[in-house]
Design a protein around this ligand. Structure first.
Ligand code: SF4
Length: 302
């Protein structure tokens, strides 16, 4: 289940997903993470899957699908994969490659070198002070905020593809006026093509809530005033999820990374002429779970 989708993405159109990291191996344990609490906090890069296996699985899916981007968007941190650069290089023969990274390892030259090969990169910038960073991203103990920021700034100068950032705002953690001001200054230095501001719209790992509209408006105004192109992502994506030819595997591979709303899952199955019994089976086998968040029912791989 390395390749999944394509799934609709608010930033990437139709995204053919690559999950190159085992479940929740990450350098962060973000309060809002939609795939649950981090099981293994890690900063040391290593091989998780053979390059051949990743290329083969993605190529197979790419041949049968229409997509805008091949996107590294795992249920962990993609740059922990020591083969990432080689994988990007080989998958680029199939289409444009995007990587959504938490940016915590960009202080390592080899990580920056790998990511330079991508066409589109999103960097996580949820905080601009050490204290708030620790609260929102709950980083591995070996990480140093100052070095993380230096890595981000170095990469932003070197990268020639499309650079974007994502800032997830959470109530009472990183939505104060002071922190928003600092984040806006940092984003102005990074100078991304677009700085996306989002709020938790799927079930978070810890008990966090989206901030009020006024904090989102404030972030928008602050960023715009510093010359940063900003877009707010506070609504769910529209579009069809592709569960593939094996619906059980398809549902599990998507929901491992991307909890699905009940309505999206029903629509994806209806499109393929499949009834809901597969969902009931996955639930009774204990491979899928239902989570309610803000009045909406989501399905997530267990
Ligand atoms: S949101 Fe991303 S960076 Fe944060 S814990 Fe989840 S997988 Fe890791």
């Amino acid at each position: 289940m390395i390749a999944f989708g394509p799934v609709p993405s608010r930033r990437l159109g139709k995204s053919l997903g690559v999950n190159n990291i085992p479940r929740k191996v990450c350098s962060y344990d973000c309060v809002y993470c939609q795939v649950g609490k981090t099981r293994q906090l890690a900063v040391k890069r290593r091989e998780f899957f053979k390059v051949e296996k990743i290329v083969e699985e993605v190529s197979k899916k790419a041949k049968r699908s229409e997509f805008d981007y091949i996107s590294f968007v795992p249920d962990g941190e993609p740059t922990l994969d020591v083969n990432l650069g080689e994988e990007i290089g080989r998958l680029k023969t199939l289409g444009r490659v995007a990587v959504i990274t938490n940016a915590s390892l960009l202080w390592m030259e080899e990580v920056r070198r790998d990511l330079l090969k991508a066409d589109w990169v999103s960097l996580k910038v949820d905080a601009a002070s050490d204290e708030v960073w620790r609260r929102v991203n709950r980083p591995h103990g070996d990480l140093i905020f100052k070095k993380v920021v230096e890595g981000i700034l170095d990469f932003s100068k070197e990268f020639e593809g499309t650079l974007t950032t994502e800032t997830m705002l959470t109530l009472g953690i990183n939505d104060s006026e002071d922190e928003l001001e600092r984040i806006a200054d940092l984003l102005a230095q990074i100078s991304p093509k677009v700085a996306y501001i989002s709020v938790p719209i799927r079930p978070p790992a810890y008990d966090v809530k989206p901030p009020p509209e006024r904090a989102i408006d404030k972030a928008y105004i602050l960023l715009s005033s510093k010359g940063v192109d900003v877009e707010i992502l506070s609504r769910p994506e529209s579009g069809l999820f592709d569960v593939g030819d094996d619906p059980k595997e398809g549902i599990l591979s998507i929901t491992a990374v991307h909890p699905m709303r009940e309505s999206d899952l029903e629509r994806a199955l209806r499109e393929k002429g499949i009834d809901l019994s597969v969902v009931r089976e996955l639930l009774s086998e204990g491979r899928l779970e239902i989570i309610e968040y803000r009045g909406v029912k989501f399905y997530r791989k267990r």
